[in-house]
Write a protein that binds this ligand. Structure first.
Ligand code: C2E
Ligand code: MG
Ligand code: MG
Ligand code: MG
Length: 288
């Protein structure tokens, strides 16, 4: 009995594996077409500067318009692209497109681009960033690269030296999703990040988890002491916005401030509701 059940389980497992692998391979194949046929698009999510009460910068977030499957989120294809190496090509496209937009429609703002740890394994990476930047004419200070702690775990020394060389050109470096994953305070002392982004899980648990509130307060104070700017992610309501402002965060990002949107629908400024709450003059949210 054990033997036959073992066998059945084995078969099920095999089938499941096959499905997952087929799915990945399909995504991989479709991605080749996506890159060539221009199915990728950057959405932009605004970041609110609490000092001025206005939108100061935008995070570029990739979307895939699949001809059959519709809009696909990065969570569903970035891991596949990282695994296949396609992220290198996609990453170049993202950087190029974000800088093109930063030189045009987003000329009033700073721009943040997510970078995968896999992109750092490409020996050309730092040089390519510098070249794209120079070609775009965008000042280095207006570009921020968002990296996660995974990068630092993978190859500490190399990653830190590439980051340092990029930072030396004036590009800003942000530590994304801070507080989840294998966070280590050591990274904060060894690398001079410009920005820490507190992961949205802390912001979202804040209302019913006193520990989350204490962690937010502590990260803000830590960041100030290290001369880093603090961004809170996942701000979904006015309560959170006011709490995070009072906690001393520098910038806020989240659906309450604005969702990621394509250039044509981009959120251009603080909503009247937020402007009123922050007591700053408002221009209404409009489309371009
Ligand atoms: P991330 O860099 O941490 O980006 C923030 C994610 O949180 C985005 O999801 C955004 O839509 C979502 N978000 C923003 N505000 C809120 C909120 O108030 N509530 C909730 N529930 N979610 C919010 P998205 O666009 O699906 O991206 C997911 C992840 O995919 C990103 O996380 C980033 O790690 C990765 N990613 C996105 N674009 C790129 C890219 O161009 N290159 C690379 N390598 N990774 C990317
Ligand atoms: Mg990010
Ligand atoms: Mg994040
Ligand atoms: Mg994330």
């Amino acid at each position: 009995e054990a033997k036959s059940r073992g066998r059945a389980t084995y078969c099920l497992f095999q089938d499941g594996m096959g499905d997952a692998m087929r799915k990945r391979r399909q995504i991989e194949e479709d991605l080749h077409v996506a890159i060539a046929d221009g199915e990728l698009e950057l959405y932009y999510q605004p970041r609110l500067d609490l000092e001025t009460g206005h939108i100061s910068s935008y995070e570029a977030l990739i979307r895939w318009h699949h001809p059959q499957k519709g809009l696909i989120s990065p969570g569903d294809f970035i891991p596949v692209a990282e695994n296949s190496g396609q992220i290198i090509q996609i990453g170049k496209w993202v950087l190029h497109t974000a800088l093109k937009d930063a030189a045009g429609p987003l000329a009033h703002a700073r721009i943040s681009v997510n970078v995968s740890p896999v992109q750092f394994r490409d020996t050309e990476f730092a040089e390519e960033v510098r070249q794209s930047l120079a070609a775009s004419g965008v000042p280095a200070e207006r570009l921020e690269l968002e990296i996660t702690e995974n990068l630092l775990i993978e190859d500490d020394e190399r990653a830190l030296s590439i980051l340092s060389s990029l930072k030396a050109t004036g590009i800003k470096i942000a530590l994304d999703d801070f507080g989840v994953g294998y966070s280590s305070l050591g990274y904060l002392s060894r690398f001079p990040f410009d920005t820490i982004k507190i992961d949205r899980s802390f912001i979202q648990q804040r209302g019913y988890n006193a520990n989350s509130q204490a962690i937010i307060d502590t990260v803000v104070r830590l960041g100030k002491a290290l001369n880093m700017s603090i961004v809170a992610e996942g701000v979904e309501d006015l309560d959170s916005l006011l709490f995070l402002r009072d906690s001393g965060c520098d910038e806020l990002q989240g659906f309450f401030i604005g969702r990621p949107e394509p250039l044509s629908r981009m959120v251009l400024d603080t909503s009247p509701e937020i402007a009123a709450a922050l007591a700053v003059p408002s221009t209404p949210v409009t489309s371009r």
